[in-house]
Design a protein around this ligand. Structure first.
Ligand code: NI
Length: 135
């Protein structure tokens, strides 16, 4: 099995907030990410597809096509948006890197027709990221 990865970047605003929590709890749990009017991150997304290289092309999946797919299915919906308000797929979901990873998986998986979606990684900064491997 060979794993190939395509990386992309987007910028978005979010606010981590749970309506079931009191203001104090929200502040304690989410700290700076609870800022009432939101704040921004420069996100990196990495999508990994697993498979055997095609005998004719040598590709698991054409990474240019995977890039176009990420662009169409994800970036056009989230880049320069507010994740709490502007993205239908994230509605009612606390937009942590963890939850974003799960949602992006669902947005991408049906469109991967060469190889198999193996991993989606979302980083909010250089220091941390969340990964979903589909189970
Ligand atoms: Ni944040």
């Amino acid at each position: 099995m060979v794993y190939v990865t395509r990386k992309a970047h987007f910028s978005a605003a979010h606010r981590l907030f749970n309506p079931e929590f009191s203001d104090e709890e929200n502040e304690r749990v989410f700290d700076k990410c609870n800022n009432p009017r939101g704040h921004g991150h420069n996100y990196t997304i990495e999508v990994t597809v697993a498979g055997e290289p095609d005998r004719k092309t040598g590709y698991v999946i054409d990474l240019k096509k995977l890039g176009e797919l990420i662009d169409r299915e994800i970036l056009t919906k989230v880049d320069h948006k507010h994740l709490n308000f502007d993205v239908v797929e994230l509605r009612g979901i606390i937009p942590t890197a963890e939850n974003i990873t799960l949602v992006f998986w669902k947005m991408l998986a049906p469109h991967i027709t060469e190889g198999k979606l193996y991993k989606v990684r979302v980083a909010e900064s250089d220091n941390n990221y969340a990964e979903y491997l589909g189970t």
